[in-house]
Design a protein around this ligand. Sequence first.
Ligand code: SAH
Length: 346
Amino acid sequence: MTEVKKDIRRCSKEEICSFFVSHNAPSFHGNQVYEWLWQKAAIDFEQMTNLSKAHRALLDKHFIINHTNIAKVQISDDGTIKNAVRLYDDKVVESVLIPAKTRSTACVSSQVGCSLDCTFCATSQLKRMRNLNPDEIFDQVTMLNKQSLEHFERPLSNIVFMGMGEPMMNYPNVMKAIDKITSPEGMGMSPKRITVSTSGIPKMIVKMADEYPRFKLAVSLHSAIEETRNQIMPFSTSFPLTDLQDSIRYWFSKTKTRVTYEYVVWKNINDSKAEIDALVRFCKKTPSKVNLIEYNPVGNDQFNQADDDAINQYVAALEKSHIPVTIRRSRGKDIDAACGQLANKT
Ligand code: SAH
């Protein structure tokens, strides 16, 4: 019977060391392999040139590396690069490299499709097919880092979990990937440069505050009035805004870092004075800032970007209460790479 090869990136360093010992080889080869996998992002045992040919063949006999492949690259007029990333089971996710003057931001996916049902988001129409494994998340980051070096001669400066999927619904794998991205044995990136964005699952925000209070948190709020939010983000019916508020307060008490609220203003949905007042009240409860995101149409007539006047009223009201607010223009719209547009169209 042929042995089913195990994905070596599911093994801990200790397991790889023991593998060598059990094959009468020195344990330190395990450290070398681990370094190749997580520091040098090797995708083939042949690349592991400080191992003998025999040891490379031994690895090849027992293991595989289920790495991802880029199926398609699209480059926007504004320099944004979108990748369709093919997984080992032929499923596809998208990840985006967003260059600015001096920075390169990686926007990565955490699920194939999405568990949630935000009615304004193209990804939600795909439904959730499966969670990404830690190495599939890690691969997106190393791939975008390589592209940033190639195209812009600098490594990634930031990573945002704002691609496809809800990171809190794939919590263990997202955290394992972040461990690899931040650990000195991996990419060694500062956690302060990582932002996890969630639609707002209170108990997971609390868990994350207890376990990983090191990176930044963004919450896709879009309305601070329960009825409106329940309408546009139906899943949130199970998570009252007061619970979300409490979890954010807890996050702040643990991390002492401001939460960012992602917020799109739509015509006749959340462009009223009542909505503006509710947001200001919500923001005052915990130190926070607001990112007003431009709406990217995804073929749902119900949603239209609000007038500039409404956006200006939001900005004025927030600033009056000393709540930092920025207006974020979309990037990569022409190639469907902007917020909410990731839907494997190609
Ligand atoms: N599920 C997580 C991660 C996705 S981030 C979350 O919701 O935070 C993607 C961001 O883009 C979220 O803030 C989301 O609300 C926003 N978004 C979704 N559809 C959009 C659209 N059509 N236009 C602009 N922003 C959108």
